[in-house]
Design a protein around this ligand. Structure first.
Ligand code: ATP
Length: 199
């Protein structure tokens, strides 16, 4: 099986995240995608960070009706700083028969060579990186070429941009909840309201 790995803070998960997962699934022919909410060391918890349980639950709600999309809580269980390389190594140990594709946003490919043990990451998985705009294309191509020279398997994902971020959503929940709801996967706005998150 070809498994997509999509990590994020997901505070909260929004439609841009889901669209990226769907694009990766289609364009890279993935069988499954794992959403992996990030853990946070207690001394680094930023204001407005919902608990790991709430963030994971919102991911589960967002995944409803998409059996190929699931939540993996290993980084939350580790309850500290998680490095992508360690998460991937642990996944590879759990699923020895499968192949992995790390799904990342466009801004991340250009700084990928600064990630801890990035060469080992390249050896474990293929990278599916989003290229959001024509403006980004040149930087994307340069970064991809540099990593390919080191043996990286870099795939470009293209998707029409969806202007949404979790930061914007948290703001709108306070001021314009209906605007936030429009950009949240079905059921997630209700969960946020019921739990009183981000108020
Ligand atoms: P924040 O605003 O709190 O920084 P965020 O919306 O960027 O959050 P993250 O959980 O940090 O969300 O993102 C996880 C991944 O999703 C990252 O790789 C990021 O590049 C990607 N991503 C975030 N927003 C979008 C979007 N609108 N379209 C496509 N990819 C996105």
């Amino acid at each position: 099986m070809q498994i997509g790995v999509f990590g994020g803070t997901f505070n909260p998960i929004h439609r841009g995240h889901i669209r990226l997962c769907e694009t990766a699934k289609e364009q890279l022919v993935l069988d499954r995608v794992l959403m992996i909410p990030a853990g946070m060391p207690p001394h680094k918890i930023p204001p407005e960070l919902a608990s790991g349980q709430d963030r994971a639950e919102m991911c589960r709600i967002a995944a409803a009706g998409r059996p190929w999309l699931t939540v993996d809580e290993r980084e939350l269980r580790a309850a500290g700083k998680n490095y992508t390389v360690d998460t991937l190594a642990s996944l590879a140990a759990d699923y020895p028969e499968d192949a992995f594709t790390l799904i990342i946003g466009s801004d991340m490919l250009t700084t990928f060579h600064q990630w801890r043990e990035y060469r080992r990451i390249l050896s474990i998985c293929r990278i599916g990186a989003l290229c959001r705009s024509v403006v980004e294309q040149e930087a994307f191509a340069d970064a991809a070429e540099r990593l390919r020279k080191e043996g990286g398997r870099i795939e470009k994902l293209t998707v029409p941009p969806m202007e949404v971020s979790s930061t914007q959503i948290r703001q709108w929940i306070k001021t314009e909840p209906s605007r936030a709801a429009a950009l949240l996967p079905e059921g997630v706005a209700e969960y946020i309201m019921t739990r009183g998150l981000y108020r």
